[in-house]
Design a protein around this ligand. Structure first.
Ligand SMILES: [Zn+2]
Ligand SMILES: [Zn+2]
Length: 115
């Protein structure tokens, strides 16, 4: 027995309903899911639909409404990095907020200097 963490562990953890995450775990290990994922990657042209990388491709659920019987439109293909980013709420929200604050400060001090 291997204790490999599933590719979707962040989402699985966030699914609060126990029965839902059970279904999720079963889905992720099913042969049908492997085939659906392979087909999604094929449709995407073997590339991450966000950054175009061809490495460590994973299928990401846009919706879990049809978990276990997903439609092609329910999935997008992301590389591992983009997938991780997709599952962290706001990966660079802090950084971009810092940039925004700095930009505003610069604008204010520029205005002060002109006076
Ligand atoms: Zn990517
Ligand atoms: Zn995902």
């Amino acid at each position: 027995m291997t204790t490999r963490t599933p590719a979707h562990s962040p989402t699985a953890a966030s699914l609060s309903d126990g029965r839902h995450s059970q279904l999720y775990a079963e889905t992720m290990h099913s042969e049908q899911w492997r085939r659906r994922r392979a087909r999604a990657i094929q449709r995407a042209g073997g590339k991450c639909q966000r950054c175009g990388s061809a490495e460590r491709l994973e299928a990401h659920h846009l919706t879990y409404a049809r978990l276990g019987r997903e439609k092609p439109a329910d999935l997008i293909v992301l590389c591992h990095a983009c997938h991780q980013a997709e599952h962290s709420p706001h990966p660079d929200a802090g950084a971009s907020f810092g940039r925004l604050v700095r930009a505003i400060r610069q604008r204010i001090s520029a205005r002060k200097r002109r006076r």
